[in-house]
Write a protein that binds this ligand. Structure first.
Ligand SMILES: Nc1ncnc2c1ncn2[C@@H]1O[C@H](COP(=O)(O)OP(=O)(O)O)[C@@H](O)[C@H]1O
Ligand SMILES: [Mg+2]
Length: 344
């Protein structure tokens, strides 16, 4: 843990886009601010500018943005953050700005220096307790630099082989830059309903510990239709969908990462959050499914037994075609049922 005096720096990074870094950053900032934690959110994604687009519909050309700092048009001393509700915010670019990538540093060490300098100035001027960084997608040098300056770097991934490849690649760059001594966190977001969380935990537990000695699973968050549906419309899921698993997970994440900084959150509330999550990720439907499945098997067994009894061996002699049809039909049904109910 490097730390910057009394400020904790949390960064969300990833090897693939669209995994939820922006949504996580913005909502974590909002939740911390709601607990009266002095929080700064900085958008370091100069391409997608997700947090900026979400929080600040218009940012003028002359306003303070991260891109201006990065392109050396201004000094960190001149930094001025905007206020978004209860927290401070640094936009990544102005509205419509196309950043000239050829003018940006190509080396992560250079970025690291610029970032440290910037963070130091922000801490001096605003004295935040927590700084949250919404990163661009890796492995551009900037995102490697970000992973190096944060106390808690959270690698966000999704539960599919495509995203996993990106995560693997990104992690290789991190190891190259920082060795595997530095601690990183792993967060699996947008987990599809078809997955069983315990199996997922086992699977990723093994994969992740093989990947990086110091990569710790910190959270699994299910895909939620309401969350996805309202992106861009709702600024803050924690306010607009307080009953969502996503909101509860944000709170638990805050406590896992920053417990010593946070005021006592009612234990009963944390437990209610946990219980709500368990109910949601193991929906009643799954128990219902199992009952339906058992009923199905019972009925099938009874039906098959009855058919076999009633047709008896005479049918085999009188109507061999129908017998073959029955055998194929039943065999096929069993295969379909097996394929359908097999859990990933
Ligand atoms: N847990 C979730 N359930 C459903 N949709 C999600 C979840 N997390 C993120 N999303 C959606 O995924 C999309 C990409 O999210 P975003 O935060 O922009 O990712 P990134 O910043 O990594 O590119 C958005 O439409 C967002 O609403
Ligand atoms: Mg984003």
């Amino acid at each position: 843990m490097m730390g910057m005096g009394s400020c904790s720096i949390v960064a969300f990074v990833s090897g693939k886009g669209g995994v939820g870094k922006t949504l996580l950053s913005v909502n974590l900032a909002r939740f911390l601010a709601s607990l009266r934690i002095k929080t700064v959110l900085i958008d370091l994604d100069m391409l997608n500018r997700g947090a900026t687009a979400l929080l600040q519909p218009s940012v003028g050309d002359n306003e303070k943005t991260f891109s201006r700092l990065a392109l050396s048009n201004s000094q960190p001393e001149e930094l001025e953050l905007r206020q978004v509700g209860e927290f401070y915010f640094l936009p990544s670019t102005s509205t419509g700005e196309i950043v000239d990538w050829k003018k940006l540093p190509l080396d992560y060490q250079q970025w690291r220096k610029l970032l440290l300098n910037t963070l130091e100035k922000i801490i001096q001027k605003y004295q935040p307790q927590v700084i949250i960084i919404d990163s661009e997608v890796g492995p551009h040098a900037l995102s490697i630099g970000i992973a190096g300056v944060a106390d808690s770097t959270i690698i966000v991934s999704e539960a599919d082989p495509v995203t996993w490849d990106g995560t693997l690649n990104y992690r290789s760059y991190l190891v190259e830059a920082y060795g595997d001594k530095k601690q990183f966190f792993f967060l699996l977001n947008k987990v599809p309903e078809k997955f069983n969380f315990e199996k997922l935990n086992q699977y990723y537990g093994e994969q992740v510990s093989r990947l990086l000695r110091n990569l710790k699973i910190i959270s699994f968050i299910p895909f939620e239709y309401d969350v996805s549906e309202n992106f861009g419309e709702y600024k803050f899921i924690v306010d607009n969908l307080p009953e969502s698993v996503f909101s509860s997970k944000i709170k638990l994440l805050a406590y896992d990462l920053l417990k010593e900084r946070l005021p006592e959150y009612p234990r009963s509330q944390l437990e209610r959050d946990r219980a709500a999550i368990m109910k949601r990720i193991r929906p009643k439907a799954s128990r219902f499914n199992r009952q339906v499945q058992i009923m199905g098997w019972l009925l099938t067994a009874l039906g098959v037994g009855a058919i076999l009894l009633s047709t008896s061996y005479r049918m085999l002699i009188e109507n061999p075609t129908m017998t073959v049809g029955l055998v194929y039909g039943i065999g096929g049904t069993i295969l379909i049922a097996y394929g359908y109910f097999r859990k990933k």
